[in-house]
Structures are given as structure tokens and as C-alpha cells.
Design a protein around this ligand. Sequence first.
Ligand SMILES: [Fe+2]
Ligand SMILES: [Fe+2]
Length: 214
Amino acid sequence: MTARADATAKTANPKAAQKTATTETRAKQAAIAEARSVAPDLAARIGSTPATTFRGNPDIFGRLVEDHDRHRALFAMVQDTDAKSPQREALFEELVKEIQSHAAAEEQALWSTVLRNPETTEDARHAVHEHKQIDEMVADLAARDPATAAWMTRFGELKEKYLHHIREEEQEQFVAAEEHLSASDISHMKSVFNRRKKAEKAEAVIEEKIRLKH
Ligand SMILES: [Fe+2]
Ligand SMILES: [Fe+2]
């Protein structure tokens, strides 16, 4: 690279970075606004989110991160409710339907294809296995009294598990998947995800089953 070209690259990069940061911030704010529509008077303190290159992207991965941010906000909002407020149950129900429909549509649109490629089978298996573990924690929580301190402690455990799951997807499994998917796969997946998520959410039933002994 010539000295002049190098100087041009250095002046161009900060602008590109700034534009990306704005797009990312807007995507995160839009996801939080969706969550807050359920209970506008509650704060949604999701704080800083783990770095991901996908936030604000127009493809399937940007769409999935948008849901993840919406879920981060709903988790924070449930923790902000009073023990006996009807908002706690309403927000928990919305969160569960969101988590279930997101996971099912993610499996149908993304993980099924990623699973078929031997290079990424393990990434897809890992994500789907965690969906199952999360389902069990949700069913256990749904069977218990949300007005108790013990419920909120368990809810904190679910939050920790879920935030781990989505951070790992954003930083590991999506990265591996993107490397091995074709452009036509990626462009097709977002519409499949949107269609399936809507259908899954409309039909979502919250299972209530005590599964955890501790
Ligand atoms: Fe997932
Ligand atoms: Fe996800």
C-alpha cells in the first residue's frame, strides 16, 4: 500500500466504524422497544451486551440477534416487577412464548441446515441441546408460584443459562455457521425464520412441569 492509500484507509475507517455503531445501537433500541410494549412503565435495563458482529445486519443472523436483545430486555423487566404484580406473570408469559417460538423457528430455519454439514454438525447439536435444557427450566418455573422469592431465584438461574446460550450462539455457533453456509442459504433463511416464528408463537402452549429437585 502506498503512503497516500494508507492515509486514505485510516481516514475512511473511523467513519465506517461510526456508521456500524449507529446501526447496532438502533437495532438494539428497536428490540428493547418491542419488549417494553408489554409493560411500558417498567425499565428494561439490559446494560451493555456482549460484542457481536451480527447486530444490525439485514440477514438471518442480525434478525436472530434482534430477538436475543428483545429477550435480554424481557429478562431485565421481569426482574424489575413486584412479587404480586400481574405484570410479572404477563411478562413471564410473553418471555416464554418468545423463547419457545424463537428456538423452534431457529431450529427449522438455521440449525437443521447447519446440522447436515459434517463441518458444523457439532455446533448445531450444541445449540439444540441447550434449547432442550432451557425448555425444562422454563416448564419447571411455570409450575411454581411467581410471587415467591424462591421463584425469582430460579428465574435468575434461567436468565443466567439463557444469556450464556445466546452469547455463545452470537460468538461461536453463528460464526461457524456463517462460514459454511452459501449466500443463497443465508438469504432464504430469514424469511423462513420470520414465517415460522410467527406461526410457532401463535400456537405456543406453556408447559408446566416440576422437573428440578433442588
Ligand atoms: Fe438458540
Ligand atoms: Fe437464538
